[in-house]
Design a protein around this ligand. Structure first.
Ligand code: TXE
Length: 497
């Protein structure tokens, strides 16, 4: 067992304890007897210090040329690369995900760093003709100010990088509040930012709870922008607070993602996609496959093969190289999944496999739940409508392609979607008719790449997109500039008519 890490807040370039002097523990979800980190339990006073530092640092950071900001972001990419194995190992122990997935999480941060490092030499605006003579017109991206980044536990490096790196390249300063369950990961990430040469006050870390630290940030008058990923319920509260104080807010919330398998699909491919989509990261991805919409002609065959593959999945600690499915993040999440199994049974769904807390050697002190397949699910059931966020997938039978699309769209969420078909016409119809931010053809619902926009429609988000150049629209404002070199007053829409 490793010695617990002692975490600190990082404010104005200094590592500090919380002003309360209190700590909480971040525990290993695969073995709750292991403390991964002792973490400061911060309060409003710590948030205040961080916001003051970020506000002060903004005055100079916004004037650093973007290509110079980029060089620091490039160093962050180098730092992440050189500490990838260490970060992944801590992540696997602290958050529970399988080591290879944890490496993928860090890799996403690295990719993101090199992408936004390049962006510093672009940040393109537009030049366009003016309608008046001897007048010049253009647009420029301007930073917003101090950004609060509120992040969940399921992607401890990738999600903070998705937010922090475009925020930095655009010239904003940051107060970062990670989820309590991944405080050690957030600490290592912050060390990498500091070692890369991010100036004091530009990137600040405050550990603590959502209601205390998170809410102090969303209500703080000196925070200009909040970028949030988490539950729909908390997202709605964050948006309401930001709306009242005219803060910009980007929200990335839940999903109820579906994979359609048509009768003409390559079934082996669709099976592999279903297993990875439903049970990868123990179903704790916002893009996880939680509904499998199966054409009736292949349903029986597909289901028996799915059961066979599922029975082979190994549960265990993410650090064990033989593990396929790790633990859930904490007791609350385990109770949530257990609750949804009760709901499923009450609603008349059939539990084909799983459906209970996992027992067995090595699983006694962890939040393990068996990979679960629910059959006879209809679109109206709560298990087909609400985000479960665990290793649970519901099978829904359909008779036609049109019905499959209708069932997929019968959701308040619209994040990711997948269609397995060999029919090119159906593939293009699906791209056009599915109500989701992301559609995969012949691939699972998970697998986002950092240079493409990420986000959803309907109740999944509020219209913003993370990653790629789309994220720049969250972290910058357009300024439109007119330069009149005619030496006289020229009235648009009037003098040239
Ligand atoms: O999320 P919360 P939780 C969904 C998933 C999961 C459920 C609950 O369904 O089962 O949410 O997870 C901070 N003001 N997702 O409880 O509470 C909090 O400290 C400001 C989907 O972990 O939304 C954390 O940093 N901030 C999601 C972050 O918000 C507050 C990933 C998210 O926590 C706050 C995670 C407040 N009042 C959960 N209350 C995805 N889209 O991937 C909490 N926070």
């Amino acid at each position: 067992m490793n010695k617990p890490l002692t975490c600190r807040n990082y404010i104005n370039g200094q590592w500090r304890s919380a002003q309360s002097g209190k700590f909480f523990e971040s525990l290993n979800p695969a073995n709750w007897g292991e403390c991964i980190a002792n973490v400061p339990l911060s309060s409003e006073a710590d948030v205040q210090a961080a916001v003051v530092a970020a506000r002060q640092a903004y005055l100079s950071w916004r004037l650093v040329p973007a290509p110079v900001r980029s060089e620091i972001i490039h160093q962050i990419g180098q730092g992440l690369s050189s500490r990838k194995e260490e970060l992944a190992s801590v992540m696997s122990r602290e958050m529970g995900k399988v080591l290879t997935e944890a490496q993928g999480d860090v890799q996403e941060g690295i990719d993101c760093a090199f992408y936004y490092a390049g962006e510093g030499r672009r940040l393109f605006g537009q030049t366009t003709p003016s309608e008046l003579s001897n007048k010049f017109a253009m647009t420029m991206r301007m930073p917003i100010g101090v950004a609060a980044l509120i992040t969940p536990w399921n992607f401890p490096v990738a999600i903070p990088c998705w937010k922090a790196l475009p925020a930095l390249v655009c010239g904003n300063t940051i107060v970062f509040k990670p989820a309590k369950d991944v405080s050690a990961c957030a600490t290592l990430l912050t060390e990498i930012f500091a070692d890369a040469g991010v100036p004091p006050g530009v990137f600040n870390l405050v550990h603590g709870s959502g209601p205390e630290v998170g809410q102090s940030l969303t209500t703080h008058p000196e925070i200009d922008l909040v970028s949030f990923t988490g539950s729909s319920q908390t997202g709605a509260e964050v948006a309401a607070i930001c709306g009242r104080s005219h803060k910009r807010v980007s929200l990335e919330m839940g999903g109820k993602n579906a994979q359609i398998v048509m009768e003409d699909a390559n079934l082996e491919l669709a099976l592999e996609g279903a297993i990875w989509g439903a049970f990868g990261t123990t179903g704790q991805r916002c893009t996880a496959t939680s509904r499998l919409i199966l054409h009736r002609d292949i349903k029986a065959d597909f289901t028996s093969k799915l059961l066979e593959k599922t029975s082979k999945l190994q549960l265990g600690a993410g650090t064990n190289p033989n593990t396929d499915v790790g633990p859930l993040i904490n007791e609350a999440q385990l109770n949530r999944v257990k609750h949804y199994l009760e709901v499923a049974r009450e609603e008349g769904a059939t539990v084909l496999t799983g459906g209970k807390v996992a027992q067995g050697s090595g699983l006694e002190q962890g939040y393990f739940f068996e990979p679960t397949i629910l059959d006879n699910v209809t679109s109206q059931m709560r298990v087909a409508q609400e985000e479960i966020f665990g290793p649970v997938v519901s099978l829904i039978e359909v008779k036609s392609f049109e019905e499959a699309i209708a069932v997929l769209n019968d959701s308040r969420y619209g994040l990711s979607s997948a269609v397995y078909t060999q029919n090119v016409n159906r593939a293009f119809q699906a791209m056009r008719d599915i109500e989701a931010g992301i559609t995969y053809i012949n691939g699972p619902t998970i697998g986002a790449e950092v240079h493409l926009p990420f986000g959803g429609v309907k109740a999944t988000g509020n219209g913003h997109r993370e990653a790629g150049s789309a994220a720049l629209d969250i972290f910058s404002d357009w300024k439109t500039v007119y330069v009149d070199f005619s030496g006289q007053l020229q009235r648009a829409q009037i003098d040239n008519r």
